[in-house]
Design a protein around this ligand. Structure first.
Ligand code: MLT
Length: 379
């Protein structure tokens, strides 16, 4: 009899977000949802118009398979807007359907015995993805809640997400420089998840390629999801510099895309292109500001109540330390009793125990409702 893939048994717990959705669905009353980091604003008009026009074009002219690595028009716009100053070229940009899948796929290019450094807490897809591809040699990098220094030990692959999900804190330039230097010394590869780059304040490096030497050691992933409201559309990109392992990584990733992907749909890539136009950037920027305004209001409202909150300055996530001795799940339940949905920190790793994450991708009304619903004296 056929056996199931044993690697799936190595995942100790269900993925956190569907677990929360299931709990919320069973909750008897309407909730104030500060859980999953999903957009709460409609699609910006410039993107909606471009997608509609692309579909109309397809009604008149057949548009079949696109290039598996993405249309040149979108790659060129990404370079022009984000990467030309770092010497990245269009053939180092790969258009994909989302950073979640990309973050799992990048480690598959490397051998199973590779030692993978993972922040703890971390976005759980990184660590679960490693286990699914048989990479059991994982090295925790406690991020409690500030980013750690590079360790003494040699790590082959390192996941860094800045601004960070879930702690909402961004890595400053000096530390990022030390991580790049570490990767150069140890011949490591950094997987840099920049999904929240657009939310960072000006002093924070938005791309790892701002750091000298990063092209030799880092793959960067970015997404249109949070920046331009694409969570329901799906479009992202991966930068794979040719300098990595003398071109071997670029060649393998190209091969992988050719084998596994037939490209992101034409209308969606047209929409992503529109988000990089002058008008698109203005509209998307306004949404980013809106979410950061709500995050600030939530952070300040909680702080005024004496609640210990981290993050929320460079990223629309707040990391809330539960009262002494209260576990993440107990605190999640307590907040849910008051109608507030959070994400238990333990869902992001062992070091997330004793915290919950709140999302600032919400409306002013939701922020106010959350602040009103809080028990007067939680602590
Ligand atoms: C989050 O809430 O961390 C993410 O937006 C959800 C996801 O990307 O899976």
């Amino acid at each position: 009899m056929v056996k199931v893939n044993a690697d799936y048994h190595s995942i100790a717990r269900p993925f956190i977000f569907p677990m929360i959705e299931a709990k919320v669905a069973k909750h008897p009353k309407p909730v104030i949802n500060l859980g999953i980091g999903d957009i709460s604003l409609p699609l910006i008009p410039t993107v909606a118009k471009a997608i509609k026009e692309a579909v109309h074009k397809m009604e008149k002219t057949p548009v079949g398979y696109g290039p598996s690595t993405g249309y040149p028009f979108l790659k060129e716009a990404i370079i022009e807007n984000e990467y030309h100053q770092y010497g990245i070229s269009t053939d180092e940009v790969f258009i994909t359907e989302g950073t979640k899948a990309d973050s799992i796929a990048v480690q598959e290019l490397f051998c199973q015995s590779a030692c993978v450094g993972l922040l703890d807490p971390t976005y759980p897809a990184y660590s679960d993805g490693c286990l699914l591809s048989g990479k059991t040699h994982r090295f925790p990098l406690p991020c409690t809640p500030y980013f750690p220094e590079p360790p003494e030990e040699t790590l082959d692959l390192i996941y860094l997400c800045s601004p960070n999900n879930p702690t909402g804190i961004a890595m400053h330039r000096e530390l990022m420089t030390r991580w790049v230097a570490y990767a150069q010394r140890h011949n490591s590869i950094i997987f840099f998840d920049g999904a929240y780059a657009a939310f960072a304040t000006p002093s924070i490096p938005k791309s790892i390629y701002e750091i000298q030497g990063a092209r030799q050691v880092a793959i960067e992933m970015r997404s249109f999801s949070k920046t331009a409201g694409f969570t329901g559309l799906r479009c992202a990109y991966v930068i794979v510099p040719k300098e990595l392992l003398e071109g071997k990584v670029h060649a393998l990733w190209t091969l992988r895309q050719n084998i596994k992907c037939n490209g992101v749909s034409y209308p969606i890539q047209c929409g992503a292109l529109a988000s990089l136009s002058q008008e698109g950037k203005k509209e998307a920027g306004a949404q980013v500001n809106y979410y950061m305004t709500q995050t600030k209001a939530l952070r300040e409202g909680l702080q005024e109540r004496g609640i210990p909150i981290f993050g929320g300055i460079d990223c629309p996530y707040l990391w809330w330390s539960a009262p002494q001795g209260v576990s993440s799940w107990q605190f999640f339940d307590l907040l849910l009793d008051h109608g507030i949905v959070s994400i238990p920190g333990i869902g992001f790793g062992l070091q997330g125990e004793g915290y919950v994450r709140l999302s600032g991708f919400v409306s002013p009304e939701t922020v106010q409702a959350a602040l009103d619903a809080l028990p007067l004296l939680i602590y």
